[in-house]
Design a protein around this ligand. Sequence first.
Ligand code: SAH
Length: 355
Amino acid sequence: MSLADHLAARIQADGPMSVAAYMADCLLHPQYGYYTTRDPLGAKGDFITAPEISQMFGELIGLALAQCWLDQGAPAPFTLAELGPGRGTLMADLLRATRGVPGFHAAMQLCLVEASPELRKSQAKTLEAYAPEWLDHADALPDQPLFLVANEFFDALPIRQFIRSGDHWSEKRIGLTDGALAFGLSPAAPQPALDHRLQDTQEGDLVEICDAAAPATQAIAARIATHGGAALIADYGDWRALGDTLQALRAHEPADPLQAPGEADLTAHVDFEALAMAAKSKGCAYTRLTPQGVFLERLGITDRARALAAPLQGDRLKTLIAAHRRLTHPEEMGNLFKILGLYPSQAAPPPGLNP
Ligand code: SAH
């Protein structure tokens, strides 16, 4: 049996499924899920992420979080956490860069929120020296100051898609047509969660909701507001998403999201406004949404690249220059990816970000 067979059987039994239910099965089905069964990252995988492009990304995020920790009086103990740590590369770079911050490592309790058993294994190897603890959900994070990073985590959470019809909304669903997976629409109905989108949309527009994003953000924000801390959330998306952003990537090429389920990465743009509002509901402050390129330049990525470049020549130098460009240039990841910071309302915002 394949995931396609499992999905077909599920649709035959229960009727068409939401895009969110489809995404959840494709990514995290215990037996056939994309993340459950493989390591999808890197040149041989399906996609590459900022920390896999260069060590500079994790180093600068690490120094920014350590600066927040110092600014807030170096609370001890505290949680250092990452949501969806992939291969553990970002965390390893972050920990190496913060070795020299007095007391930081001694006071930290390292927590990794990760759903994939395969990726937990790779994280265990990369981060062996730091004795991490794995959690299934952000709401299991300890009740203490929390310094957290999430890179390309929220884009992997399942979204629902709705098409506007008058003041009502039809939900996009996945059913079977001649035995093959196909998109369809549910009858239009009111959607109170989309009331705020009646102002900025028109008949036929498609909007997306990520039901899992707010609870995860609230769990983080509640700890930061109560005990102190900071979160840096990096992802592609905008303040408010409009249109169909569901995307499948296979071997670095766009693919049809309904083709070969479980064999391609599925993501959707992050609706950062929803994260900011969830944080605010817990009394946590949020920063202006900032392009990744601007954020990394403010943290000094060009100086760091120069220092790393000094001993290099030939191909290794070219690779470093290309990595700097890829992370920061507006035509590469610099503008598409954005950073949202969360912090206690009485504290300074994280370095590189404005209130
Ligand atoms: N942050 C890493 C990996 C990004 S890929 C990097 O930048 O390279 C997305 C990560 O989130 C993977 O580790 C994946 O297994 C994890 N993930 C996806 N959905 C999740 C969920 N619902 N709960 C916990 N982890 C999840």
